[in-house]
Design a protein around this ligand. Structure first.
Ligand SMILES: [Zn+2]
Length: 492
């Protein structure tokens, strides 16, 4: 007599081999611990601000245009494929969710603006795209740019005034000491000439202009509220912010911050360095809009126009073809909860306490102290035992799966995103292709931090899952060790 199905299945999973759900839950627990505990610990990603290739910049920018809110769900991945007088823009959100009305509206406005740029007679295509897209951004994207501007001055929890004071007191003197000729980038030198006249041009003036620009970024609260701006003011403001952020990320000062052997980095202590690099990272987030638009207008569109040819462009203009949009959507047959929810199997305190047993703390800690650490609010709030948790297949992995399974090759293997890939996606892709980051797919460098629930992609080879879990183990140990140091004083 054969045993019932359920029994058979249970027997298969009761061996040492963990089930897919077990591995998935382990990943979810690990990411949650990494995301919340010991986050002050620096990673190898922290000191880096990556400048991307023009195609990555341009595709990132398209995703940024569609970004209407900043929740994890809103991550959008984008890639272009070309062929036979036709270009397809492939887009995906996490779990293959459909676009919201706002996202569809932004995409429609983008295509409309592109059509108008093609039709414009008195400017070149590149010039027209620049001007029209900047105006479009002043209508659609400015609230998001405003929000990102307001973050620049609040690094490390300080107020804008405190942080500006710290910049002037600590950072600027060391920069000036290491760069006696001052700010030498072409952007700020030209701006200084415009303001002070040719006769006055010197490093002194360009430095002053750079410092004033940084000040306007840090003290963003001096900006007029968005709803008080007229259409013309919004356009001017958007153009100015794009220009100044572009100058700033190409400045001598920015170079000094990023130069790993430079004077600034050698002289600043770790905390001050983390302060200034985080500030620069947030300026770079604004600069991404300027970089992306330039790359789109100067590199991507001339390429696409060439591939479309006269006929393709004509079809695009009369809306019968040319450029198509394709969203990667989850199958209609499973409309809800894709992927299905799992349930947290352990209490976070038990899990963290278990890991603590495996760590050799370099502190004089008794089991009693470890118990106290595992019962603090930071740990108990990680998750609730027995409550549901929904893994999410992040947008870039959703897009890659789709492109692979349909044998679609995309230009430059480039994938654009509104945010750099998280630690889990980065680790997965690196392990999957057994190589350096960017070997198979070109996208921005990772932040090195987890972001929200993550899902092991369906069909992921077992050895890849094992390697992810192993490298995650190391990061969990580091996070909990760091957490131990952080709350050491309170548990004794
Ligand atoms: Zn991710």
């Amino acid at each position: 007599m054969s045993s019932p199905k359920g029994l058979k299945r249970r027997r298969r999973f009761s061996a040492s081999q963990p089930s897919a759900d077990d591995s998935q839950l382990e990943v979810l627990e690990g990411l949650r611990i990494m995301e919340v505990l010991g986050t002050a610990r620096p990673t190898k990603f922290d000191g880096i601000i990556q400048f991307d290739s023009p195609w990555i910049d341009a595709l990132n920018w398209i995703s940024l245009l569609l970004e209407t809110d900043t929740s994890m769900v809103a991550d959008i991945a984008v890639a272009f494929s070309v062929g036979d007088g036709r270009t397809t823009i492939h887009l995906a959100k996490a779990n293959g969710q459909p676009p919201t009305n706002a996202e569809s509206g932004c995409l429609a406005a983008f295509l409309r603006t592109l059509r108008l740029s093609f039709k414009e007679n008195n400017l070149t295509l590149t010039e027209s795209i620049r001007r029209r897209m900047t105006d479009m951004m002043s209508e659609m994207t400015l609230p998001e740019i405003y929000r990102k501007l307001s973050r620049i001055g609040t690094v490390q929890g300080g107020t804008q005034d405190e942080n500006w004071d710290r910049f002037l007191r600590v950072i600027l003197p060391i920069f000036q000491e290491g760069h006696p000729r001052g700010e030498e980038s072409s952007g700020f030198c030209e701006l200084a000439e415009q303001i002070h006249g040719l006769a006055f041009h010197s490093g002194h003036y360009s430095s002053a202009v750079m410092v004033e620009t940084m000040k306007s970024f840090v003290l963003h609260d001096q900006c007029k509220p968005l709803d008080k701006l007229s259409v013309e003011e919004r356009r001017r403001f958007t153009a100015v912010v794009m220009r100044l952020s572009d100058f700033m990320i190409h400045s001598t000062f920015f170079d000094a911050v990023l130069d790993s052997d430079g004077h600034l980095r050698n002289q600043l202590d770790h905390e001050d360095f983390m302060f200034v690099i985080e500030m620069c990272r947030r300026v770079h987030d604004i600069g991404r809009y300027a970089l992306g638009l330039s790359s789109f207008a100067e590199v991507v569109m001339p390429y696409i126009a060439g591939k479309l040819g006269k006929e393709g462009i004509a079809q695009f203009l009369n809306e019968t073809g040319g450029i198509a949009v394709q969203w990667v959507l989850r199958p209609l047959r499973s409309p809800t909860q894709v992927p299905r929810a799992l349930y947290w199997p352990t209490s976070p305190s038990d899990k963290v306490r278990e890991v603590m047993n495996q760590i050799n703390f370099a502190l004089e800690l008794e089991p009693l102290h470890l118990d106290r650490m595992a019962l603090r609010d930071e740990v108990t709030a990680l998750w609730t035992e027995g409550s549901p948790v929904a893994p999410a297949l992040h947008s870039e992995l959703q897009l890659i799966r789709y492109l692979d399974s349909h044998n679609i090759s995309v230009v430059g293997n480039v994938i654009g995103m509104n945010r750099p890939p998280c630690w889990a996606c980065y680790s997965y892709l690196r392990i999957l292709y057994r190589g350096e980051w960017g070997q198979r797919w070109s996208m921005s460098y990772s932040t090195g931090r987890p972001r929200g629930p993550w899902m092991i992609p369906p069909g992921c080879p077992v050895e890849v899952v094992d390697t992810i879990l192993r490298s995650m183990q190391t990061r969990i140990y580091e996070a909990i060790e760091e957490y131990g140091h952080e709350c050491y004083g309170q548990v004794l």
